[in-house]
Design a protein around this ligand. Structure first.
Ligand SMILES: NC(=O)c1ccc[n+]([C@@H]2O[C@H](COP(=O)([O-])OP(=O)(O)OC[C@H]3O[C@@H](n4cnc5c(N)ncnc54)[C@H](OP(=O)(O)O)[C@@H]3O)[C@@H](O)[C@H]2O)c1
Length: 162
């Protein structure tokens, strides 16, 4: 099973200048809790944008077109097909970004773990594809208010394919 996990702004923005849009420590905890012990799949840019790469306690797989590029601590796939072969038989593998990889994996995903950040960024340069409610059914939703450490209201939601 392939799942996508992502934090999305109200305008579907997910990144700016190679980085996340904001720091939400509670979302990072949520991400860690869901993905720990599992396999995480990501594009080359997301791998190098992680403060600590590879992500510890997870099997890391990076997509790149460039043969010979080294990703210490991670496996490499040179195409989506190769990526799918590597995770065949896994109970749940997580696509963790970025925009380019989400767009390609959305049609192949079974489940979405979306953190909806209740704010918009006009200067974003990376976006998530539309979540079509004819295709995706929301199965859970948990709202959280901003606090001294988390500057925006946010909702943890899960969707499955209808
Ligand atoms: N909000 C969130 O939850 C979240 C999560 C993750 C990332 N982000 C943000 O998203 C942004 C990065 O996203 P991005 O779209 O720029 O880059 P990306 O998807 O992380 O990586 C793109 C790279 O992946 C490789 N790639 C993608 N598809 C491939 C394919 N089919 N075959 C082979 N290689 C492939 C290519 O690497 P080569 O150039 O090496 O060939 C491509 O340049 C950053 O701002 C990051 O902070 C946000």
């Amino acid at each position: 099973m392939i799942s996508i996990i992502v934090a999305i702004a109200e305008n579907y923005a997910i990144g700016r200048k190679g980085d996340l849009l904001c720091h939400l420590p509670n979302d990072l905890k949520h991400f860690k809790q869901i993905t720990s012990g599992k396999t995480v799949l990501m594009g080359e840019r997301t791998f190098f944008s992680l403060p600590k790469h590879p992500l510890p306690n997870r099997r890391n797989i990076v997509l790149t077109d460039v043969k010979g590029k080294i990703f210490e601590g991670a496996e490499v796939a040179y195409s989506i097909d190769e990526l799918l072969q590597l995770v065949k038989g896994e109970e749940e593998a997580f696509v963790i970004g970025g925009g380019m990889v989400y767009r390609q994996m959305m049609p192949l995903a079974d489940k979405l773990y979306i953190t909806h950040i209740h704010h918009s960024w006009d200067d974003a340069d990376t976006f998530f594809p539309e979540i079509d409610t004819n295709i995706w059914k929301k199965i859970s939703s948990e709202e959280h208010q901003q606090d001294e450490n988390n500057p925006y209201n946010y909702t943890f939601a899960e969707y499955i394919r209808r």
